[in-house]
Design a protein around this ligand. Structure first.
Ligand SMILES: Nc1ncnc2c1ncn2[C@@H]1O[C@H](COP(=O)(O)OP(=O)(O)O)[C@@H](O)[C@H]1O
Ligand SMILES: [Mg+2]
Length: 256
């Protein structure tokens, strides 16, 4: 199988990235439904992916962040499922990078070995990206996981290795999208540092929990990074995407 990401320069030898075999059951248990084209639960992510795909094809979007005002609103849930759904588009490759350095969660969601190496080790100079990345089964999705380390995250992100990582993200081909699972805005300044290197970001809000004031403040803090869309995640009822006047809006319902 040929993967468009192999033309990317983020990895030195993309063709030899080890494969992580994850079963459908494991993905299901972690609410990862984006690979399931025929599943109704994947529908919101298929709608979201078509909007994002347009931005990739028409505006050359390459590096997309997923963030929120506060933790636990479903950022990782959205990032993983969107990455999965987009990787199912012919000729698209997706690279998902966990940059929520304090509370990395992508590895757990995708059933990585918890004793493995992650992006923190790459930023600290203890590992190379090619070593920590895994291709998910036969999918056109490559994941760079994170594992919690006692590190000064802001210093890592602004170090020469951090700068190099962001530069390489932008060197991927036009057929590749890098999705960055981010920390929330109000934790520390990591999200603001990351936002400087994004082509745009998705803002995840939780219905009944995230306030309008938090959203406006978030957009202000991340400026001038463009807000590409907002996702209103309704836990256990449905996932909706709504418009509040910025960028594009997504409208869909029926998740759970
Ligand atoms: N729409 C949803 N339906 C069911 N569970 C969800 C939904 N959104 C998030 N979750 C779950 O809620 C928890 C927190 O979500 P997560 O994506 O980790 O949030 P964040 O990354 O913003 O901290 C996770 O266990 C996740 O699987
Ligand atoms: Mg998260």
């Amino acid at each position: 199988m040929s993967h468009p990401s192999e033309r990317a320069t983020l990895f030195t030898t993309p063709e030899s990235i080890p494969v992580l075999d994850v079963t459908t059951e494991q993905l299901d248990r972690q609410n990862i439904v984006g690979f399931r084209n025929a599943d109704t639960r994947a529908r919101p992510f298929k709608l979201l992916r078509s909007q994002i795909l347009r931005r990739v094809q028409e505006d050359g979007l390459k590096v997309l962040g997923v963030t929120s005002a506060a933790p636990n609103v479903g950022k990782t849930f959205v990032a993983c499922n969107l990455a999965a759904a987009l990787s199912r588009i012919a000729d698209m490759a997706v690279i998902l990078i966990d940059l929520d350095l304090h509370r990395p969660a992508v590895a757990t969601r995708l059933s990585f070995d918890p004793d493995g190496l992650g992006i923190q080790d790459v930023l600290a100079g203890d590992a190379e990206l090619d070593q920590v990345a895994r291709r998910i089964g036969e999918e056109r999705l490559v994941v760079v996981p994170g594992f919690r380390r006692e590190v000064a995250t802001g210093e890592l992100l602004t170090s020469p290795r951090g700068e190099d990582l962001f530069e390489r993200m932008h060197a991927v081909g036009r057929d590749t999208l890098v999705i960055v699972d981010m920390p929330p805005i109000f934790a520390d300044d990591d999200a603001v540092i990351i936002a400087k290197h994004l082509d745009g970001y998705l803002l995840v809000a939780q219905d009944g929990k995230t306030t309008a004031k938090q959203l406006t403040e978030t957009v202000r803090m991340l400026s001038p990074a463009p807000l590409v869309g907002s996702v209103l995640n309704r836990f256990r009822t449905q996932i909706l995407v709504d418009e509040y006047g910025y960028g594009m809006s997504y409208g869909y319902g029926g998740y759970y």
